[in-house]
Design a protein around this ligand. Structure first.
Ligand code: AMP
Length: 138
């Protein structure tokens, strides 16, 4: 079954397209976290960042970088958040890999904040944790 981004890519649902080539499309997010909030999406369907092949991922992040640069120069953004959510527990609501490019302005326009809980590192065994993740790379 097609997801909403597949429908947009196939031109079946309207969107505000910023950029398009054979592999990647970039559109304005329908719920603008800040003015210019953009989504960069591979045209081929991959569920998320973790399942996207490196070649396509590089193309997606190349476009994300260029859009971030444009938002700084054209919209007067003073910073940009580049982020992608993987899986529902991480806040992914559309199961088709996409990267958010969210321009940030002085004065808190948009009210968008990334908040992370901060745990006492002593409550984890950090050397063991590092070893576990390291082993997962092998
Ligand atoms: P995520 O929660 O990381 O999966 O992000 C999905 C994003 O897609 C959200 O920020 C939505 O606002 C956005 N979105 C959903 N439907 C549309 C649409 N039809 N056009 C543009 N953006 C959309």
């Amino acid at each position: 079954m097609k997801d909403i981004f597949c429908h947009i890519i196939d031109g079946e649902i309207p969107s505000n397209i910023i950029y398009e080539d054979d592999d990647v499309i970039a559109i304005l997010d329908i719920s603008q976290a800040t003015k210019g909030h953009t989504l960069v999406i591979p045209k081929a369907h991959y569920d998320n960042f973790l399942s996207c092949p490196m070649e396509i991922m590089h193309k997606v992040y190349d476009v994300a970088q260029r859009i971030g640069q444009a938002e700084m120069s054209v919209l007067g953004a003073k910073g940009v958040n580049i982020l992608t959510n993987v899986g529902e527990p991480a806040g992914q609501s559309v199961p088709h890999f996409h990267v958010h490019v969210i321009p940030r302005y002085l004065g808190g326009e948009g009210g968008f904040q990334i908040t992370m809980a901060s745990h006492d590192a002593n409550s984890f065994d950090l050397p063991r944790l590092a070893m576990q993740i390291k082993e997962g790379l092998e």
